[in-house]
Design a protein around this ligand. Structure first.
Ligand SMILES: C[S@@+](CC[C@H](N)C(=O)[O-])C[C@H]1O[C@@H](n2cnc3c(N)ncnc32)[C@H](O)[C@@H]1O
Length: 280
């Protein structure tokens, strides 16, 4: 089946509209595990009072909120996302401010009348089917000395929290991820991320890797929460398996995560994150 980027984007919008409140509760509103990246991203970009900043694919506002505090009253921040539910959640969480706006906008089609000092994009570049278009757009929307900051997850084997389940699930349900979908870890190495950003014309590119730790509780907590927080279409596919297959699947996941179980029976996953900074 030929990949259709518009259908993919519409599916993502539906997924994020459904998942955003749960994503906010579990991940974005608590700076645990990979979300320790938010402070690192802000630190590496040297954001200062008075900066004018665009947070692309802002989701429920975790980066937006922190940079809004950092730029102070003389600065300005705008967050954009394609999910209305994510933006509503962000607005409610942060509250209304004179120097903060949110818009519904697609990363590959964003245009502003006035350029920005900094553009941030955390955990989203890999969702854009044409990441080059998005990056070229970002570049156009930066002022002469403007800076870009991107966070992405490492390749799947460096993020076992996801891969320990996904590797098994895709064996049991081959179309779990719709065939032809862009690979979500395609920018998960320093070289791949750097090359994509360089191709869009950016300079002075630096990529740093971080390995954060994430403790999801016991194996039972990890498994139960995966099922609770996963997007509806994926949950439906998992529910379509018969009981015997579900037991087999769960046991295969348990086998995959053995090395991350600590003496007290809780689990600790390493979680690689890459943070890139660049100049226009
Ligand atoms: C993993 S969340 C990251 C959100 C936020 N940056 C954070 O750090 O929590 C990915 C976000 O990308 C958004 N997204 C996906 N495709 C997009 C696109 N083409 N244009 C704009 N936003 C998009 C989703 O709606 C979702 O809110």
């Amino acid at each position: 089946m030929k990949f259709n980027p518009n259908e993919y984007k519409l599916r993502n919008i539906a997924i994020w509209n459904e998942v955003a409140p749960r994503y906010h509760k579990r991940w974005a509103s608590v700076s645990r595990g990979p979300f320790q990246s938010t402070s690192e991203l802000i630190h590496l970009l040297e954001i200062k009072k008075g900066d004018r900043i665009f947070d692309l694919a802002c989701g429920t506002g975790v980066v937006t909120k922190k940079i809004n505090q950092k730029v102070g009253n003389s600065g300005y921040v705008i967050g954009a996302d394609t999910s209305i539910t994510a933006i509503k959640t962000a607005k409610k969480w942060i509250g209304s401010k004179l120097n903060l706006d949110f818009v519904i906008m697609d990363a590959e089609n964003c245009y502003f009348a006035k350029p920005f000092d900094v553009i941030t994009c955390q955990y989203a570049l890999f969702f854009f089917p044409n990441a080059q278009n998005a990056l070229k757009n970002i570049r156009k929307n930066l002022n002469k000395n403007g800076k870009l900051g991107i966070s992405v997850h490492g390749v799947s084997k460096k993020v076992p929290f996801f891969s320990s389940i996904l590797d098994v699930v895709t064996e049991f349900i081959p179309d779990y991820i719709p065939p032809g979908s862009p690979n979500l870890d395609r920018f998960g190495t320093k070289t791949a991320l750097r090359n994509e950003v360089k191709k869009a014309g950016f300079e002075k590119i630096k990529v740093k890797n971080f390995v954060f730790k994430f403790n999801p509780g016991t194996f039972e907590n990890y498994w139960k929460n995966y099922l609770r927080y996963v997007a509806k279409p994926l949950k439906e596919k998992l529910n379509s398996l018969d009981r015997q297959k579900r037991v087999k699947l769960k046991n295969a996941v348990r086998e995959n995560v053995k090395s991350y179980i600590l003496n007290d029976k809780t689990m600790e996953f390493p979680w690689e994150v890459l943070i890139l900074t660049a100049k226009k």
